[in-house]
Design a protein around this ligand. Structure first.
Ligand code: FAD
Ligand code: SF4
Length: 528
């Protein structure tokens, strides 16, 4: 059977790409289906206007909001998925994120596994993705079984000053975990050149630890792994009893093709994973495949985030800015006994990015020229945990497109974090009153289109009536169907999600290998 495999993985991003790499050395036949193509390596990869104003690498797709208004979501359909454009801030969740956590506006539910279960896989994911960082600086971090494989990326002078000022104020800034192939002591031979065009840009040098470079390409060095690009999985078919997926129906460059495998793993990103399951309804699964709980598509989360620009009193000459994080308000804040969130740096903003940003032009431009703003800008990302709400959900339109209903969550904590940070600006060498909201990554005024951190549409749990997947991320109702992307998250925490998706994919990969009676074998690593 030429189209029969041991494992089919749908989606080659943080979850799917990492899983492919885990299974590759076992010799089992793996088919990796990716609806996009390789992201082109071209001069425009580092062209600020092309990337941030023209949205050159936002893939063409049309989704609908709750009122049926269409919009273009911030999705990236490429080999490597969203990680091709990501900021490569590779954080672990905090141990508390795996338990039930009471927030001001609701409850963040517990995961079916504890931090301790995922910990060895966090360590392996940090090794696979060659993360730079420093343990012991962030008081909220959980225990780790190994040091970071690479030293922290050094702060540049303005960020070192910020770190010193925060420490002087009694806070605990830390070196942010970064996935870049950087050798600072020997920059002449380093793959990464520590440039200003990283966060939100593709890296034409393949020096960013994205899923294509670190997982998919190494997986493809094994003969038993096949990647099919421009291969859009449109439907999963099951046996008559509805207990197993028998075929994956694929639109491959305009032709319909059918593939089968013993195990089928969906990793299409939270919205598209829900879409595929909902589109695969049968007589036995009337609400969508594996959706007896009616949870598929529900509990969509994407972080309650604010990208803000502060104005330094001294020029900010930083090139690579994403080196500092602050979790002092992660679990509680002053006069606020609930989690507030994480503060981290964004990539350094540039004048060309500000075009068309109305809040910025009206609040700062009367006092400062755009170039002055760029010279003094220090860019922060304030991230508060989004809370799962069954009414925040992905459904399908009559034509089968994604419809996204989202009404915000945990706004109180997010506002408290913003005001807390604003109150600190004067002590951090910034103009006290200038903290301006910015669009980050995507030039649009439709907030729901900012789907970069999408998660939670097929959560895993122990109770089949409230979750889609069991603790192994296998569908409760379909014996050979798994999910390994961010859809599985029962809660999202307040730090970036990619490392958790990668670690969980490695964990589920071990389970799949056991089920296939195979062993993992050595993992190929990328030369720096
Ligand atoms: C600009 C930007 C910056 C970010 N910065 C960070 C950061 O610094 N740190 C961090 O942790 N996270 C960051 N993220 C988020 C991070 O990239 C995602 O959380 C992560 O990639 C999600 O992994 P995933 O496997 O769920 O989905 P993805 O990585 O998006 O992979 C899904 C893949 O499935 C493919 N696909 C979809 N539908 C189908 C189908 N039907 N058939 C076949 N293939 C399909 C897609 O093309 C895609 O390749 C950022 C994201 C963006 C966009
Ligand atoms: S900082 Fe390094 S990894 Fe990021 S885009 Fe520049 S060269 Fe690539």
């Amino acid at each position: 059977m030429p189209n029969a495999y041991d494992v089919i993985i749908i989606g080659s991003g943080a979850g799917g790409g990492t899983l492919a790499m885990r299974i590759a050395p076992s010799g089992k036949r793996v088919l990796l289906l990716e609806r996009g193509d390789y992201l082109p390596r071209e001069p425009q990869n580092w062209d600020t206007a092309e990337v941030f104003v023209e949205n050159r690498y936002i893939s063409a797709d049309t989704w609908y909001d709750s009122k049926g208004k269409k919009f273009q979501p911030q999705v990236h359909y490429f080999v490597g998925g969203a990680t091709k454009l990501y900021g490569a801030a590779l954080y672990r969740l905090r141990p508390e994120d795996f338990g039930e956590l009471r927030h001001h506006d609701g409850v963040s539910p517990a995961w079916p596994i504890s931090y301790d279960v995922l910990e060895p896989y966090y360590t392996q994911a940090e090794q696979l993705y060659q993360v730079h960082g420093a343990r012991g600086e962030d008081p909220t971090e959980g225990p780790a079984s190994a040091p970071y494989p690479f030293p922290p990326v050094a702060h540049e002078p303005r960020i070192q000053q910020l770190s010193d000022d925060l420490s002087a104020g009694g806070f605990h800034p830390f070196h942010a975990p970064c996935g870049v192939l950087l050798t600072e002591p020997n920059l002449a031979y380093s793959t990464c050149v520590k440039c200003s065009n990283c966060d939100g840009f593709p890296c034409p040098l393949h020096a960013k630890s994205d899923a294509e470079v670190m997982a998919v390409r190494p997986a493809l060095t094994y003969d038993n792994v096949t990647l099919l690009t421009n291969a859009h999985a449109v439907r999963l078919e099951t046996n008559a009893a509805g207990t197993a997926v028998t075929e994956v129906i694929v639109d491959h460059e305009g032709h319909q093709e059918r593939y089968s495998a013993d195990l089928v793993v969906v990793a299409a990103g939270a919205a598209n994973t829900a879409k595929l399951l909902l589109a695969s309804a049968t007589d036995k699964h009337r609400n969508g495949l594996a959706n007896g709980s009616d949870q598929v598509g529900r509990n969509y989360m994407f972080h309650t985030c604010k990208a803000v620009l502060a104005m330094s009193t001294e020029p900010n000459r930083t090139v690579f800015q994403k080196t500092l994080g602050l979790n002092d308000f992660y679990l509680r804040g002053p006069d606020f006994d609930y989690p507030m969130g994480n503060i981290q740096m964004l990539g350094k903003s540039q004048a060309a990015m500000y075009k068309g940003e109305k809040p910025l032009e009206t609040k700062l431009a009367p006092h400062f020229a755009l170039r002055d703003i760029a010279d003094h800008a220090v860019d922060f990302w304030l991230s508060t945990e989004d809370l799962p709400n069954p009414d925040n959900r992905v459904t399908l339109t009559r034509e089968g497109s994604v419809q996204l209903t989202y009404n915000g969550a945990n706004e109180t904590a997010s506002d408290r974090l913003y005001h807390q940070f604003k109150s600190m600006l004067g002590d951090l060498g910034m103009h006290p009153d200038h903290l301006v909201h910015r669009f980050a990554y995507l030039k649009t005024d439709i907030p729901v289109a900012g789907v970069a951190h999408q998660a939670g549409t097929a959560r895993f749990g122990n109770d089949p009536s409230t979750s889609v997947l069991n603790a192994d991320c296998r569908a409760h109702e379909v014996d050979n169907l798994y999910v390994v992307d961010t859809s599985v998250f029962p809660s999202i925490g307040a730090v970036n999600p990619a490392l958790t998706a990668m670690a969980n994919a490695l964990r589920v990969g071990d389970h799949l290998l056991q089920r296939l009676g195979a062993t993992a074998g050595a993992t190929a690593t990328v030369n720096r």
